[in-house]
Structures are given as C-alpha cells and as structure tokens.
Write a protein that binds this ligand. Structure first.
Ligand SMILES: Nc1nc2c(c(=O)[nH]1)N(C=O)[C@@H](CNc1ccc(C(=O)N[C@@H](CCC(=O)O)C(=O)O)cc1)CN2
Ligand SMILES: Nc1ncnc2c1ncn2[C@@H]1O[C@H](COP(=O)(O)OP(=O)(O)OP(=O)(O)O)[C@@H](O)[C@H]1O
Length: 185
C-alpha cells in the first residue's frame, strides 16, 4: 500500500493541475455566492487571504466586509497560524512561504474563516498545501469557541475521494463559482 503522505501528495498534484485550468478560464467570475454565505456574519471578524499562485480570489468579499478583516501569518512550521488585521490600502510585505502579510501587524482572533485549499470532497474535507497550518489553526480555534470555516475554491478542485487523516479539519461551507455546499455536523 502506498503511504498516506504519498497519496496526499499525488491528490495535491492532480488538483493543482485542475485548479490552474480553472484559474485561467473562470477567475474573473465574481463569487457573489460568497457574499451571501457571509451575510449573517457581516459584523464578525473575518479571516481570509491574499491569493497566491492560482487560488481563487476572496478580495472582493474582504473589501465588502463590514467587520474586521484579517489575513494569516505563519509563526513557524508545525504551529497554528495567527491572523493580522488587514485593510485594502495597507502596506504589505513578503511573509514565510511566499504569502503577503501586513507590514505592521496587529493580531486578532477570527470568528469566520475563508480557507484556501487545493482540493475538496463532497463531505467538506479539504486538502491544503501540506503544511497542516489550517488544520492546526481550526483545531485550536474550535477547542475554545464556535468558528465558521468556509472553503473557497473553483468547482474544478472537487475530488471524488481524498486521502484523509484524523487531524484533517472539515469545513462548514464550500463555496465555488458554481454552487454553495453546506455541511451541518
Ligand atoms: N493565500 C494564502 N496564504 C496563506 C496560505 C494559503 O494557503 N494561501 N497558507 C496556508 O497554509 C499559509 C501559507 N502556507 C503555505 C504552505 C506551504 C507552501 C508551499 O509552497 N509548499 C510547498 C511544499 C512544501 C515544502 O516544500 O516544504 C509546495 O506546495 O510546493 C506555501 C504556502 C499562510 N498564508
Ligand atoms: N492538529 C495537528 N496536530 C499534529 N499534526 C498535525 C495536525 N494537523 C496536521 N498535522 C500534520 O501536519 C502534516 C500536514 O498535514 P496535511 O497534509 O493535512 O496538510 P494540509 O491540510 O494539506 O495543509 P493546510 O492545513 O496547511 O492547508 C501531516 O503530517 C499531518 O499529520
């Protein structure tokens, strides 16, 4: 049997190829569905991300949000992310692993998270870049409070089956340019 890490790595590679095709084809489609899912949480602190590579962009929803908006900042390998306040006009610098982070950092705790991903399945499971950053972060946050995790992706990132492990944190919603999936657990 091929080991789990190798299967995750292969699933990531396959999904990256599909995401690239979708990025080239549909990235200009505004994700209005995301605004609908966020409507009940408009005053809450929203964590999202500055898109990198071929990720679908949440920037329009970040700019439209009424409450505080923050973006992930890697602390070190093997630890949870922290989230720094973000506004559209602030100065950004290069952070660890190539993600853009605010030059001046004020950490806040998010209530709702728009989570980037490489692949997702029909049960709300996700595969990320392999750092385990979001898995650790969601696990920590969920231990002490109710948080809402919304995966944002192109429909092409759907996978029929994903290799999973116990530490993988499931999502509450997955929003794509085609539809919204809601998971109640
Ligand atoms: N836009 C955005 N920002 C984000 C994330 C994200 O997924 N998207 N993150 C979510 O975690 C963190 C960045 N995490 C990352 C983790 C790994 C790699 C990466 O390049 N990994 C290599 C393989 C690992 C390695 O070589 O050690 C790769 O995929 O080629 C990039 C970003 C924080 N900021
Ligand atoms: N809460 C956790 N505690 C300990 N180890 C963890 C935890 N979450 C993930 N890991 C480990 O981290 C490694 C990477 O996890 P995984 O492959 O699931 O990352 P990913 O979901 O692709 O990345 P990310 O969550 O950053 O988007 C795996 O070896 C996994 O077992």
């Amino acid at each position: 049997m091929v080991d789990l890490a190798a299967r995750k790595s292969q699933a990531r590679k396959d999904a990256f190829a599909r995401r690239k095709l979708a990025f080239d084809a549909v990235n200009s489609t505004p994700v209005t569905r995301l605004t609908e899912v966020l409507a009940p949480y408009r005053k809450k602190t929203l964590a999202a991300y500055v898109p990198m590579r071929t990720e679908i962009s949440p920037l329009a929803a970040m700019e439209a949000h009424s409450g505080q908006v923050c973006v992930p900042v890697i602390q070190s390998a093997g630890t949870a992310l922290k989230f720094a306040l973000w506004t559209a006009d602030m100065a950004m610098v290069e952070g660890a692993f190539g993600a853009r982070i605010p030059q001046n950092i004020t950490y806040v705790t998010p209530d709702v998270l728009i989570v980037p991903l490489v692949a997702f399945d029909d049960a709300g499971n996700r595969l990320g870049y392999g750092g385990g950053f979001y898995d650790r972060t969601l696990q920590d946050l969920r231990r002490s409070r109710h948080v809402v995790a919304i995966g944002l992706a192109f429909e092409a990132q759907h996978a029929d089956e994903l290799p999973l492990e116990a530490t993988d944190q499931p999502l509450d919603f997955i929003v794509t340019e085609a539809k919204t999936r809601t998971f109640s657990r």
